[in-house]
Each structure stands twice: as structure tokens, then as C-alpha cells.
Design a protein around this ligand. Sequence first.
Ligand code: AMP
Ligand code: GLY
Length: 420
Amino acid sequence: MNILILGGGGREHALAWAVKQNPKCDRLIVAPGNAGIAMLAECADLDILDGAAVVTFAEENAVDFVIVGPEAPLAEGVADALRAAGILTFGPSAAAARLEASKAFTKEICDACGAPTAGYARFTDRAAAEAYIRQEGAPIVIKADGLAAGKGVIVAMSEAEALDAVADMFGGEFGAAGAEVVIEEFMEGEEASLFVLCDGKDVLEVGTAQDHKRVGDGDTGPNTGGMGAYSPAPVLNDTVLARAMDEIVRPTVAEMARRGTPFQGVLYVGLMIKDGRPRLVEYNVRFGDPECQVLMMRLGAQAFDLIHACAEERLGGIEVNWAEDHALTVVMAAEGYPGAYAKGSQIRGLGELPEDSAHMVFHAGTAERDGSVIASGGRVLNVTARGAILAEARDRAYGLVDQIDWPGGFCRRDIGWRAL
Ligand code: AMP
Ligand code: GLY
């Protein structure tokens, strides 16, 4: 089978790595890819937000199956364009991608299907939002309705911070994404994510994970796209998981189908768990990054069979062949991230590292220059390992980190602390 993966981060490197191991994969193309992906697949220069361009490329290259990595092309309707052209695709329609692209839409779905989530109100007017904040008090959570590259959520610990956030959003800081604002009750508890494949009708759990959003050790400093992750997440034990599936995921999937916009792809279910009760924080309509890296490490080549079955709407009866294992990934980022950072610093020592079913360095923001790997983004490498217990996975991952020679980079040293 000829397979095209859209995206060029650590998530797509991990997807490509898993797909490539499956004997069904004949030819693998990733657009745009990165320096790590280029070592195992063909990379193509393609505007992945342009549905017509993606369809033309897929037709010219006899692509049998397209896997869409990030949310932006999904929200733009790239999966719709591919399906309309008769090309098998993994990833939701633009209508179903609203579960990530509009926070207000997700709240509406939760209301309609009774899924537990934070209490909320929606505003398109600044004065009304301010009055609501004064009435509710802090802590309180302010969210730009639309896609804001992970920056549109402010967890305000004081009223003043909440009022500033509202002023920024209605002041245009997030462009059109902030034209509507959702203000939510602050939920206490422990956060974890659940990943579920949905073929529109049936659902299949493909793993749990916990991310580390803050840049610094001990969960300090500003928020980032994620500084590391591990799977499974112990807080999502069988009981909590069953509740999340019964009370949140299945009702949501049924409600989307009922509306004529079935969800097909991977649903990333962000949960807050308190006293054994899960509530929805948010949905994303794609794999998490870096959560995908630990999921792929654990699933290996079967990940492709599951994703393929999902796209062909035959998840019913499919089972995951789970190993009793743990995976952990450490993000190495460019000095300065998530603020301003320099690009172009050279990374040495990658060639000498083991690459096997227990050790893998996935590339996020890297490029190749004169035969060397250079940093080309904020989050640059995802140093990933697997072990029989989490501590083993962690020790292996940090063992790899310590062999990488990159003076321009840094990482957190405490990934996995909550579970360890
Ligand atoms: P998001 O960008 O939607 O993933 O939100 C960023 C983070 O904000 C989440 O991962 C949570 O840590 C936090 N968050 C979002 N909504 C709430 C809420 N209602 N209560 C507490 N924390 C929240
Ligand atoms: N790691 C968080 C995300 O992918 O949204």
C-alpha cells in the first residue's frame, strides 16, 4: 500500500516509524516531514492546508491511504476533500473537527449528550464577560473559542488575571479565534488523556497518557505544547476509564452521528479526574504531540492496522494486542522555548544511539544541513523509550538524552514524576 502522512513533527515521525514497520506498507511519503522522518520515508514539499493540492499529489503518486497528523488541515476540510476524491483517509471531516476547532461547540455537544464537564458561559461581548467574572470570582478559566495553537486557554488564579485575559481576547490577540470567549469553572483534580479511535460508530481505546505542559521541573514556568509524556496514565485505572467511555466518549460519538456529522479518526479526550470521577477538559481531533510518541512506541506496527481499520469503518471486533509495558518521552527543546529561541544550532551524537523497539529518538523541529542535523523549531527532539516498568523506560530515555550533544538545547529532568 502507498501511504501518505500529513505533518512534520514528532507525532508524524512516530506515526511514520510505526507504519513503516507494518508489512502492508510499500511506499511511505510524509509531507512536509523533517530530518528524522527523511531517514525512513520520502519527504514531500506540499501545502498540507490546501485540500485540492493534497488530492492532486495523492492521485499523482497513486496514494492508497492518507493519515492526517495535525488539526489545522482537518479544520480546513482536507479530509473531506480526500474522501470526496475517493481516497481512503484517517481523520475527521471539518464538521467533526469542530470538537477541537470550537470550544463552544464542544460545550454544546456535552450539554446535548449529558457528558460531565466544567460549568460555563459563552460571550461575544466584553462587558458581559467581565460582569460574569466579577460574579463568579477566581480561579476561573478563560478560553478563546477557536484554534489558537494551544495558547488560547488562560487558567486565571485571580480576578485581575481573568479580566486581562478577556481584554486580550476581545482586543484581538487571538484574531478570529477570540471573537467568542468561553468562560469555565476551574476544575480541580489530576489531568490525563485518553485516546480513542472512532470509525463513526464503533470506538476502540488505544491508550492513555499524561503530558507535562509546563516548561520547568516540578511543573513550573510557562505552558508549552508539552515537555514530555508517558503511557499508561495510572490515574486512568479500569474503573475511571470505563466511566470516561460510558459517560463521555460514547455519548459524544453517538451525538455526533445523530447530527449527521459522525466522528472518524482519533479522539483525544482530555480529562480531569477527582475522587474517581472523570470530567471532560477538552477534545482534540488528532493524536497528542508528544503523547503519540509514547502510544506508537507501545503499539508498534499494529498501530497501522488499527488506524487502517478505523478509516475503513471496521473497528467493531478489533482488539489491541497490549503488552504489559510503559513508554516515556522526554522533549528536548531549543534554549528559550516557549519564548524566543534560536534556530540552526547543530545536534551531534544522534547517529550512535540505538534505534529499536525500546529506544527511539523521534524528531520534531529538525532539518538537515550539509549532512548534519540542526534545530529548526522550539520542540526539537522526542527522546522515547519503553520498559517493563515506568522507571526503566525513564532511565532508558534519560540515558539517551545524556548521549546527545546539543549545547543549544534543554529538557526537563523529571518527566514521569507523578506516576513514579
Ligand atoms: P487546552 O489548551 O484546551 O489543552 O487547555 C490547556 C490546559 O488548561 C488544560 O490542559 C488544563 O490543564 C487547563 N484547563 C483547561 N480548562 C480547565 C478547567 N475548566 N479547569 C481547570 N483547568 C483547565
Ligand atoms: N500535548 C498536547 C497536545 O498535543 O495538544
